[in-house]
Write a protein that binds this ligand. Structure first.
Ligand SMILES: Nc1ncnc2c1ncn2[C@@H]1O[C@H](COP(=O)(O)OP(=O)(O)OP(=O)(O)O)[C@@H](O)[C@H]1O
Ligand SMILES: [Mg+2]
Length: 358
């Protein structure tokens, strides 16, 4: 079992004008024993860099990695009890599926009976039972990736499983059931699971804690609910949720909040505060439409309606081409109609310099 601590950990692959050009800015982070984590962020934000440092494939240029309190920074990948699964299948094409799955166990001189037991268990978990005797090269890419996953799961001595976008090549239907299985397996075995993805749905369904990264920094780590309700940085509001959080130029003066010079009412979060210019953040789920203007509503024009079946995503223009998106299960006035937007008061957030004002 393993708790992983990153202490002052940073990495630069190169320097610019003699200074480190950080792919991962120095940070402190703790991954609790048995936790299920997703590492979420856009391409190039440093996810693989962090994962490869934890597994020992990459030596960090700064800081330390501790596993169960022991400094393993200079311990090689083979000596850490960590399994890593990559985005694309890594299989031995001429070996059978059975031998591919057995390989990590054979390398550790596991007794034959134990190998048979573990391989069969993992094969049945991943529905590979029927192809165990086939050479791996004869399989489709998604089945090959299942072998890679299986090799990560087959060892009993593994305390941490690191997965770097392992389901990219898997068919969407199978993806759904595999995510559930991965979650169950790691819960049952008490593995610490770190799962890299740039798909927010995958992150939110798989992990108890989501670590959101941007430009080599961790901007927030929290439960899916916390990231949805309380994004501490605009990047999180933007990256989590579909459509993204709305960000509008506004002001908070003497507890009163205004957007585009129009008052949106006294909000509890703004009570007695004068923050001056702020960015007002509101999720599309917390904006409603009303036909008649009321105190604190904002006049708008319906610009676009996307009918999603059981709800609609509406784009409404506040004027000056300031678009607010909202999700509504209700009947929507037609495109071009005048309407009024109301924000759920306790869901309005304020941002300054991209960070949440608390
Ligand atoms: N071996 C390398 N040498 C130099 N720069 C690198 C190297 N590997 C990664 N980088 C750079 O470091 C930054 C972070 O890369 P990393 O691969 O960790 O991102 P990522 O979040 O995993 O992206 P993706 O989602 O595309 O896999 C990027 O700017 C990338 O170009
Ligand atoms: Mg990567």
């Amino acid at each position: 079992m393993a708790k992983i601590e990153l202490r002052g950990l940073g990495h630069s692959y190169n320097t610019v004008d003699g200074k480190p050009n950080y792919a991962l800015h120095p940070l402190d982070l703790t991954w609790e024993d048995g936790g299920t984590y997703a590492l979420l962020g856009p391409s190039g934000c440093g996810k693989s860099t962090m994962l490869n440092i934890i597994s020992g494939l990459l030596m960090p240029s700064e800081g330390r990695v501790l596993i169960n309190g022991i400094d393993v920074t200079s311990v090689g990948a083979v000596k850490r009890n960590i399994a890593q699964v990559f985005q694309f299948p890594v299989v031995y094409p001429s070996k059978t599926v059975f031998e591919n799955l057995a390989f990590p166990l054979r390398c550790r001189n596991t007794p034959k009976g134990e190998i048979d037991r573990r391989v069969n268990e993992v094969a049945s978990l991943l529905n590979l039972d029927g192809v165990l005797q086939k050479p791996a090269r004869k399989l489709t890419p998604d089945l090959k990736q299942l072998i890679s996953l299986g090799r990560g799961l087959v060892r009993d001595d593994v305390a941490v499983i690191l997965m770097d976008e392992p389901l990219t090549v898997i068919d969407p239907q199978l993806k759904f059931s595999l995510r559930r299985k991965l979650r169950d397996i790691s819960a049952r075995h008490g593995h610490t699971l770190v799962y890299v993805t740039h798909d927010q749905n995958e992150a939110m369904t798989l992990a108890e804690q989501v670590v959101v990264m941007d430009h080599g920094r961790v901007v927030q780590m929290g439960s899916p609910q916390a990231l949805f309700e309380e994004p501490v940085h605009r990047h999180v509001g933007y990256f989590i949720g579909s459509p993204a959080m709305n960000f509008l130029e506004g002001r908070v003066d003497g507890g009163k909040v205004s957007v585009l010079g129009r008052e949106v009412g006294a909000l509890r979060s703004a009570e007695g505060r004068s923050l001056g210019e702020v960015v007002v953040g509101i999720r599309p789920e917390f904006v409603t439409l009303t036909d008649t203007p009321q105190a604190g509503t904002l006049p708008a024009t319906v610009m676009d309606i996307q009918d999603m079946g059981c709800f609609a995503i509406v784009s409404a223009d506040l004027g000056n081409s300031t678009i607010v998106k909202l999700r509504t299960p209700h009947h929507v006035p037609p495109v071009g109609a005048a309407t009024n937007l109301a924000f759920t008061p306790e869901k309005v957030r304020f941002y300054k310099d991209n960070w949440l004002v608390s």
